[in-house]
Design a protein around this ligand. Structure first.
Ligand SMILES: [Cu+2]
Length: 510
């Protein structure tokens, strides 16, 4: 009798405890994963997340093993791709999607995809006003596409699901760079295959320079005090292979790995000069939301959002970035002695190391004025549209619909300014504000955030954005002008959600 009672109590504790944990996991976004909301569990897609379907402590253990106590490697710096056209106002590039292999873990070879190499791709660097032509050759055994994430170009050059590149063929988009200096990126966008292709290594940075930003005296020595950081989480199986067979948890939350890589290296270190160093940070993960900070709690400055420099630097002690978002940061290493190290952490977990050299370099001050961000004028909007993100698992939808290549969901007029109201309905099943945060991405333009639930956006979101994290139960209003014609996508940038159909299509026509 006693035994039965004890067993019953244990069972009740387990059920209640497990249920509470489940709720916390699913509502992770509601409490804390919005910038400026603070508190609560920071991350619907965080470390503890692996625990939902079992293996939580294993995941944490693996993260320690794979990600930080293993062998340290120098941070790979992606090379800048050679411009094949000598004309200073024209730029021509060749990118090849290809298969490769990498030794991420010592003695284990991982099958990968890459552009012009084994993993990730080179940096495409252009300036405002350039006429650009890029030959994208597909040497994979399967179709792919290449989307310029954040770039303002016509639909036919955008590289969405309609711009499929068959094996052995070349796609050659041509466009003019009309937007300001920015840290953008490129990645495949084939229907139902984006998650897998990005996961295997297809991604790279696309940098735009302009005259105004060059005058600013920002740290600009590439790879020295202007350092790209592409952060991705991966799961390597016992043979060192990337696993991309999605379980229920992966379909629901997006694929989360237990190992963080930066520029394709686990546990990397980079030497930094004694001075101000600029980092171009891309969350290139399929789904994970990071909360970045420095291990010693030192504050840093954010100077750029997804689509370019902000009006002024914003001081932060931590930064949340969801999948596909970028931030340009400046960290001041001038007070450190030669050889001192500072770590970059995600929710307190270190994953890379900065080693300060004795060399002093770069500007002494961060400019107080960076770029002009236009005043938001709601009265300019010709139209307001609603986008409601809801559902879970494979049933994720936008406005109750899943992606259909043959259906145009929204029709816009060229050069119109529009307000888009993006709502995350949450899951509903467990009451209000339950569910997970979704990063909403719109193609073909850059947005400014008007408000989040009626409140002005936090200072570090007052700049051009193409990917906007929306918490469960939240409504974010954004404004944009659509100056490029053609067919474009809007979708959740948790790639497993996108691949499940959490995507729609809009046209922009005269
Ligand atoms: Cu989503």
């Amino acid at each position: 009798m006693k035994k039965v009672a004890i067993a019953a109590i244990i069972l009740i504790v387990l059920v209640i405890g497990g249920g509470w944990f489940f709720m916390r996991m699913m509502s992770g976004g509601a409490g804390g994963n919005m910038p400026g909301q603070g508190g609560g569990m920071m991350n619907g897609g965080g470390m503890g997340n692996g625990g939902m379907m079992g293996g939580g402590s294993d995941a944490v253990e693996d993260m320690k093993n794979n990600s930080f106590s293993g062998e340290e490697k120098p941070l790979p710096i992606p090379p800048i791709l050679e411009d094949e056209n000598p004309d200073p106002d024209k730029a021509e590039f060749t990118l090849v999607s290809q298969k490769g292999s990498m030794e991420f873990l010592k003695g284990r070879s991982t099958d990968t995809f890459g552009y012009n190499g084994d993993y990730l791709g080179p940096v495409i660097r252009v300036k405002k006003g350039d006429d650009v032509s890029i030959k994208v050759k597909n040497e994979l055994d399967e179709a792919t596409t290449l989307h310029w994430h954040g770039l303002e170009v016509d639909g036919e050059d955008d590289g969405g699901p309609h711009n499929g590149i068959q094996p052995g063929t070349t796609w050659n988009p041509q466009f003019k760079i009309e937007q300001n200096a920015a840290t953008l990126w490129y990645h495949p966008h084939l229907l139902h295959k984006t998650g897998e292709h990005v996961y295997k290594g297809l991604a790279g940075l696309f940098l735009i320079d302009d005259e105004e930003s060059e005058k600013l005296n920002l740290p600009d020595e590439y790879g020295v005090n202007d350092i790209p950081l592409i952060v991705q989480d991966k799961q390597l199986d016992e043979n060192g292979q990337f696993k991309y067979d999605l379980g229920m948890h992966d379909v629901m939350m997006g694929l989360q790995g237990d190992t963080i890589m930066v520029n394709g290296a686990i546990n990397p270190y980079v030497e930094v000069p004694k001075g101000k160093v600029r980092f171009r940070l891309l969350n290139g993960s399929n789904a994970r939301i990071y909360q970045f900070a420095l291990s010693n709690g030192q504050e840093f400055y954010q100077i750029g959002t997804d689509g370019g420099l902000m009006e002024e630097p914003v001081k932060l002690s931590s930064l949340i970035l969801s999948s596909a978002e970028r931030a340009e940061l400046i960290v001041d290493f001038s007070k450190y002695k030669e050889g001192e190290t500072i770590e970059l952490t995600d929710q307190g977990m270190p994953f890379m190391k900065f080693i300060v050299t004795g060399e002093e370099k770069g500007p002494k001050e961060i400019p107080s004025q960076l770029a002009d961000i236009p005043e938001v004028d709601e009265s300019m909007a010709a139209n307001t549209r609603e986008f409601v993100m809801s559902g879970m698992g494979r049933n994720v939808t936008i406005n109750g619909k899943q992606m259909d290549m043959d259906r145009i969901d929204e029709q816009l007029k060229l050069h119109d300014t529009e307000i888009w109201e993006i709502t995350n309905e949450g899951m509903g099943m467990m009451g209000n504000n339950m569910g997970m945060a979704h990063p909403f991405h719109g193609h073909g333009t850059q947005f400014l955030i008007l408000d989040r639930d009626g409140n002005p956006p936090p200072p570090n979101e007052r700049g051009w954005k193409d990917t906007i994290l929306v918490s469960p139960g939240e409504k974010v209003r954004v404004i944009a002008t659509f100056d490029h014609k053609g067919l474009f996508m809007y979708h959740c940038h948790i790639l497993e959600h996108e691949d499940s159909g959490m995507m729609g299509q809009f046209t922009v026509e005269e």
